[in-house]
Design a protein around this ligand. Structure first.
Ligand code: S3P
Length: 432
């Protein structure tokens, strides 16, 4: 795909595509629950469809009506799948589904595409084994395909070292069916959609800040009760349009965006860089805070630092933040973000390589990057590594750069945002 820059700004209103994390969880928790769950404005994307098809493969009846799902919950009584389950490109699917499979007394195998088969699974396999599940896979269970035979589990006390929400979710869902208490402690609070949704489905859990970090507890033997969920707009998707406005000019209103404080680190960080971003009409939808996000161009951004404890709240936005840093005044720094190396691609490598080919001054660190801002980037050939967030971040870079930018695999945006390019076209000012 060819992108011509620089454009002359953006304007208008948009309701971005629905939140991916919440859409995954609505299918998973709705399937575990007792009774019917109705999910409105569900995100249809490659990743979330992988989750939906896996739960169908486990015997869940899921009816699709427009963008609404009607799920007949199985109250934790799934069927042994007749074939291998395919999480495709989705780490969230693979890791959370393993927690669910661990509660089931049957044999199942889960795999994924080439990228997912390179990503670490030991972070969920090891604690699930400790809870009593029998799990085997490549590299001792650290790589897919993984085979699970679940059954009677015991509650666990887990230190979630990487503050991974996928790990926390996998263990909490397994804990619902385990004997006794399950406790997950994390140094920094990771996204808490699972906790909020479980409460919304009538599950009791406790949360507190202790000496080691943030703690979540639940008692085993609880079955969520079917409920209604409305999926809000995805802040990780909204971030691309906010960035484009801040780089090229204009004003945007992004409607019904999730602004959960464990997710909105990007919006807070760009404000520190001098951006004019505000939340309007703050409200609650299905237990989650939602607002209309207003952004207005306010001149060149200033360099900023991202500290390790800030990383979880903006983990998926860091490649995009890197693009903004490449054009900000001064030297910016991101540390404590080693997890970026084991996402859909090595996102530190992908960012550094592509920014350099656009003329940016970047230094690669093991756990982050240093960037000295320049006045303008120049168009270049971008290697997406078939990573949706790299493709979208460099579309934004290309639209603000001088000359032509070429993406090698624009199709990969289907993983989280199938209408990304159509939505972009709606906002780009005419005549540019
Ligand atoms: C997600 C958690 C994050 C994030 C991913 C979605 C989730 O991963 O990067 O895109 O929905 O729980 P980790 O849990 O590995 O940090």
């Amino acid at each position: 795909m060819r992108i011509r820059g620089p454009i002359k700004g953006v304007s208008g209103k948009l309701r971005v595509t629905s939140d991916k994390s919440i859409s995954h969880r609505a299918v998973i928790i709705g399937s575990l629950a007792e009774g019917r769950t109705v999910v409105r404005r569900w995100l249809f994307s490659e990743d979330t469809l992988a989750t939906l098809e896996i739960f169908r493969g486990l015997g869940t009846r899921i009816e699709v009506k427009g963008d609404t799902l009607i799920i007949e919950g199985r109250a934790f009584r799934f069927e042994e799948p007749a074939d291998v389950l395919d999480a495709r490109n989705s780490g969230t699917t693979a890791r959370i589904v393993m927690g669910v499979l661990s509660t089931q007394p049957f044999f199942s195998v889960i795999t994924g595409d080439g990228s997912l088969r390179r990503r670490p699974m030991g972070r969920v396999v090891e604690p699930l084994r400790r809870m009593g599940a029998s799990i085997d896979g490549r590299e001792g269970g650290d790589r897919l395909p993984v085979a699970v035979r679940g059954g009677d589990l015991e509650g666990i006390d887990l230190f979630n070292e990487k503050s991974s929400a996928q790990v926390k979710t996998s263990i909490l869902l397994a804990g619902l069916k385990a004997k006794g208490t399950t406790r997950v402690v994390e140094p920094v609070r990771s996204r808490d959609h699972t906790e909020r949704m479980l409460r919304h489905f009538g599950v009791e859990l406790k949360e507190l800040t202790g000496k080691e970090g943030f703690e979540v507890f639940l008692e085993g033997g609880q079955t969520p009760k079917g409920s209604e969920v409305l999926c809000p707009g995805d802040p990780s998707s909204a971030a691309f349009f906010v960035a484009l406005c801040l780089l090229t000019g204009g004003e945007l209103l992004l409607e019904e965006v999730l602004v959960n404080p464990t997710r909105d680190g990007f919006f807070r960080k760009v404000k520190q860089m001098g951006a004019e971003v505000s939340y309007q009409n703050l409200r609650e939808i299905s237990g989650e805070p939602v607002a209309d996000v207003h952004v207005r161009y306010s001149g060149r951004l200033k360099a900023v630092k991202v500290r390790p404890e800030e990383v979880p709240s903006m983990i998926d936005e860091l490649p995009l933040l890197g693009v903004l840093m490449a054009l900000a005044e001064g030297v910016s720094e991101v540390r404590g973000a080693k997890e970026l190396r084991v996402k859909e691609s090595d996102r530190i490598r992908a960012l550094v390589l592509n920014l350099r080919s656009m003329g940016a001054k970047v230094e690669e660190l093991e756990d982050g990057f240093l960037i000295e801002g320049v006045e303008r980037l120049k168009g270049a050939r971008i290697k997406t590594f078939s990573d949706h967030r790299i493709a979208m971040a460099f579309t934004i870079a290309g639209l603000s750069a001088e000359g032509e930018t070429v993406l090698d695999d624009p199709e990969c945006v289907r993983i989280s945002y199938p209408n990304f390019f159509e939505d972009l076209k709606k906002l780009i000012r005419q005549g540019s």
